[in-house]
Ligand binder design. Structure first.
Ligand code: ATP
Ligand code: MG
Length: 272
């Protein structure tokens, strides 16, 4: 169906957490795919739905190996696993060395954007002007850049987006959203980040406030206790997910008018 990418410019502001969070709240079925070449974290943090650790042999690397000649959607289910709570994931590589052999980032992007029945949330980790996983972005419906409110990190994000924009002749060719991780009460700091980015004329699709919330983020470290719906993290993410899923929908589901549609339209017009 469609591909949404998550990344950061610097630091570890919570990209993996945001990918899993948005994947869990998305209104359509999702698969979270860890495409961070520096190594995946999900298999280290969360058990499978049977309570056992994920199978280390199944994930992005096994998918790429199986699709060496041809990557097609039917390959994906055998390399995806279900986390506790039900989220489907394709776990990332276990070391940067393993990702060195992955040359099919663009084909992976195409595959994930066309997967029947599921939208894909791709965790790209840290991206730069020349990082190989950028090739996935060509097929993405949206890119969500995660940042905190530290001024130097915001400047790094701004410069990163400028470079990627220069490289591709547009704002990465896809709508770019920024998720600013900040304490729930620090809306003003988020506005300041938004203003700083606005001044850079990066044509962002949106700047959103994602709560800094340790207990909420703990759910994505496998520390499951209580009701996640009540956490600041989930509450702050719901409007982001709604906007993102609504705004990206036209990319996912082309509005093809069927014969029935046109007939009923004609009928309505005839009656008017
Ligand atoms: N919104 C948040 N509020 C509080 N803590 C968070 C939040 N998001 C992430 N964290 C915590 O910050 C740490 C890093 O998070 P995460 O792994 O999601 O970041 P990352 O950007 O993917 O990092 P890496 O560079 O290692 O891939 C984790 O301990 C996580 O629980
Ligand atoms: Mg990560």
């Amino acid at each position: 169906m469609g591909l949404v990418a998550f990344a950061s410019a610097k630091g570890s502001p919570g990209v993996t957490t945001a990918s899993l969070l948005v994947g869990a709240l998305w209104p359509r079925p999702t698969i979270v795919v860890e495409c961070d070449p520096s190594g995946g974290d999900v298999a280290l943090r969360m058990p499978g739905d049977d309570g056992q650790p994920l199978d280390p042999q199944r994930g992005l690397l096994s998918l790429v190996a199986a699709g060496r000649k041809s990557l097609y959607p039917g390959l994906v289910p055998a390399h995806a696993q279900r986390l506790v709570g039900g989220q489907e994931v394709v776990a990332g590589v276990s070391s940067p060395e393993q990702s060195a052999g992955i040359g099919q980032w663009a084909q992976l992007g195409e595959l994930f954007a066309e997967l029947p029945g599921s939208d894909v949330m791709a965790d790209l980790g840290r991206i730069g002007a020349g990082t190989p996983q950028n090739a996935l972005l060509t097929h993405a419906a949206a890119l969500v850049m995660v940042v905190d409110t530290v001024p130097s990190n915001v400047i790094h994000l701004r410069e990163r987006l400028r470079r990627v924009k220069d490289q591709t002749g547009g704002p990465v060719g896809v709508p770019v959203h920024v998720a600013v991780v900040a304490e729930p009460k620090r809306a003003r700091a988020v506005r300041e980040v938004a203003e700083a980015l606005e001044r850079a004329e990066l044509q962002l699709a949106g700047v959103h406030h994602l709560a800094h919330d340790v207990p909420g983020a703990g759910f994505f470290l496998g520390q499951v206790s209580g009701n996640p719906d009540r956490t600041h993290l989930v509450r702050s993410a719901r409007p982001i997910v709604q906007e993102l899923s609504e705004r990206t929908q036209p990319y996912f589901v082309p509005q093809v008018s069927t014969q029935d549609d046109s007939e009923s339209l004609l009928d309505q017009e005839g009656q008017a």
